[in-house]
Design a protein around this ligand. Structure first.
Ligand code: SF4
Length: 331
């Protein structure tokens, strides 16, 4: 805690005493940081907090605008839950987040970790907050031989033992900052670590070998095709079904939207959590603009396409302007 008081990260969702934390900003940051790094989430947080400074403002925003502003952060179910949660807080809780883990967990998109983080950081409750940074620090402190994920319950129990009765929010953030700045996955900087004297992994001489892990299964690889159909400076987009991968987002069609003379325009590789995807792009010009969402090609960046489709769109647009692109690229 002394180390944290001096060396903590200055982050836009954190406040310095005597200012009280804003539960809305704490919640927004925690949702964005699920599966996303701090440097990547930070500009999104700043843009959201500027555009929708309160939970009521976010609750009143059209879902499509929020989804478009979220584009590039990935895991789009989070954006839908974000809107759902803001609306529930505005409607059922008078615009104030509930202050217990139990009540927080009843809100969309808030699981065990996020409820504990908000209760501790925003409301000063004693809650046990375990993210992947905390998992690593605890595994090393106790030199746990059981590999992840089997060791999770034990890590939680040990983190519970360490968590103080007062200042659980600062304690949680201190552990996260330590894991992020010093006790890093590959090369922990033990000489600078305030926990060195107590750390059993340090004592083994090979702290970076913790946490132990079970061998990962290789990700399956899938293949797909996307279609770039253009007419008079506009490209055809589709809105994906609400349920499923990238649900509710605008995207390029994945089935041929018309009979046409389709030309190959290369492929893009993209890695999702459970599989890797190679998506090839076929391009054609349409004689007319029929029904559907026709988006101006020059303003395609404003469509809020998820990363995979944004890369494909760049390819489609640059093929049109005659720029040579490599046949394949990584998304
Ligand atoms: S001493 Fe090293 S391994 Fe142990 S907690 Fe500190 S940085 Fe991590």
């Amino acid at each position: 805690m002394r180390w944290f008081a001096v060396d903590k990260r200055r982050l836009p969702w954190r406040t310095e005493p005597p200012a009280a934390p804003d539960p809305y900003r704490v919640w927004l940051s925690e949702i964005m940081l699920q599966q996303t790094t701090v440097p990547h989430a930070r500009p999104y947080f700043e843009a959201f907090a500027r555009r929708w400074p309160t939970v009521e403002a976010l609750a009143a925003a059209p879902e499509e605008e929020v989804m478009a502003a979220w584009a590039g952060l990935g895991y789009y179910a989070r954006a839908r839950n974000l809107v759902g949660c803001a609306r529930k807080v505005a409607r059922e809780h008078g615009g104030r987040f509930p202050d217990t883990e139990e009540a927080l967990r009843k809100l969309p998109g808030i699981g065990r970790y996020t409820a504990a983080a908000i209760a501790a950081i925003a409301f000063g409750r004693r809650a046990v907050v375990v993210d992947s940074n905390v998992e690593r620090v605890v595994s090393r402190l106790f030199a746990m031989e059981t590999p992840l994920p089997a060791s999770r319950d034990e890590i939680y129990r040990l983190a519970d033992r360490l968590t103080p009765a007062h200042g659980a929010g600062d304690f949680a953030q201190a552990m996260m900052d330590l894991g992020s700045a010093i006790c890093t996955p590959r090369s922990p900087d033990c000489p600078r670590c305030p926990l060195r004297a107590h750390c059993l992994a340090f004592a083994t001489g090979a702290p970076e070998t913790y946490p132990r892990k079970t061998a990962k299964k290789a990700r399956p690889r899938r293949e797909g095709t996307a279609y770039w159909l253009e007419h008079d400076g506009h490209v055809l987009l589709v809105r994906r079904p609400e349920k499923g991968l990238l649900g509710g987002m605008l995207a390029l069609p994945e089935a041929a939207p018309a009979e046409a003379d389709w030309a190959e325009a290369g492929a893009v590789d993209h890695v999702f959590t459970h599989f890797a995807l190679t998506m090839r792009l076929l391009c054609a010009d349409a004689p007319t603009r029929d029904e559907g969402i026709w988006w101006p090609v020059e303003r395609i960046e404003e469509a809020g396409l998820p990363t995979l489709f944004a890369k494909l769109a760049r390819r489609g647009r640059e093929r049109r302007s005659g720029l040579a692109l490599p046949v394949r690229e990584n998304a």
